[in-house]
Design a protein around this ligand. Structure first.
Ligand code: SF4
Ligand code: SF4
Ligand code: SF4
Length: 257
């Protein structure tokens, strides 16, 4: 059994407590300016989008068959049996294929950092492993964000659709979208209005089909050379930045003597 999140936009009041709890859990700053930002970023892993009196959360969907993991040449992304899609920054070589491949535009890059990493919601993997619910589900005052077993949440979402004909778009988003996801959505407005437009099959399959139409040496050679270029280039960038930092630290020490 794997865990999941069910977000029911019809119960959401737009309080953004989920955003704040996410920031706290991930030790990210959160203030009024951050709350006003209407997009995911390297310092904001989840956002409550607002259109009039309608709300919709965006966060990593923690896909069942994640494209980010399928394209990563060094296996930095991994789908866990418990549900979360986790990221190992020690493996990451900074190629950013995951950012291009994700159908939900989720992974973000720390462009301004000396040692940039990819940042995204990992479904509170540490909390889930400890038997806790995600921080966003725990804080939600209305139950709009709920945590539980994926099968149970699907059954509950389908029951809500049956019990409330006309209230919802008749669909549990994430049941099959992008091959199925560990974040499930219910809404009274079409999901496309909030940018949810993925096909209903696993996208790694699409990547595979595209690659299979091209002679092997083109993509494989390109990926290999691209990867080597990125590793080399990144190491050079890091070494140069470290040298600059040492130099400015040295001159600061010299100045205080
Ligand atoms: S905490 Fe719950 S009610 Fe508040 S914005 Fe997030 S999902 Fe909506
Ligand atoms: S939403 Fe994107 S980043 Fe998240 S698991 Fe799916 S493919 Fe990976
Ligand atoms: S599951 Fe955790 S990391 Fe993901 S949005 Fe919720 S609080 Fe943030």
């Amino acid at each position: 059994m794997s865990k999941a999140i069910l977000y029911d936009a019809t119960v959401c009041i737009g309080c953004k407590m989920c955003e704040q709890a996410c920031a706290e859990h991930n030790q990210l700053p959160y203030d009024e300016a951050t709350a006003a930002e209407q997009k995911q970023s390297e310092h904001k892993y989840t956002v409550v989008l607002t259109k009039g009196d309608k709300f919709m959360r965006r966060l990593c969907m923690n896909c069942l068959d994640p494209t980010c993991a399928s394209v990563c040449p060094v296996g930095a992304f991994k789908k866990t049996a418990a549900g979360p899609v986790i990221y190992d920054e020690d493996r990451c070589m900074g190629c950013r294929y995951c950012m291009v491949a994700c159908p939900f535009g989720v992974p973000k890059y720390e462009w301004g950092k000396l040692l940039p990493r990819v940042k995204k919601c990992t479904m509170c993997a540490d909390r889930v492993q400890a038997g806790l619910q995600t921080a966003c589900a725990e804080i939600c005052p209305t139950g709009a964000t709920k945590f539980g077993e994926r099968d149970d949440l699907i059954a509950e979402a389908q029951q809500r659709l049956r019990d409330n004909p006309g209230k919802y778009v008749n669909r549990v988003y994430g049941l099959n979208d992008a091959g199925g996801t560990s974040v499930l959505l219910l809404s009274s407005v079409p999901f496309g209005e909030f940018g949810y437009n993925t096909p209903q099959y696993p996208l790694p399959m699409l990547t595979y089909q595209m690659l299979s139409r091209i002679p092997d040496f083109v993509p494989l050679g390109g990926i290999l050379l691209g990867g080597i270029w990125w590793i080399t280039h990144r190491r050079e960038e890091v070494a140069a930045a470290e040298a600059r930092e040492k130099e400015s630290a040295g001159s600061r020490r010299g100045g205080t003597r």
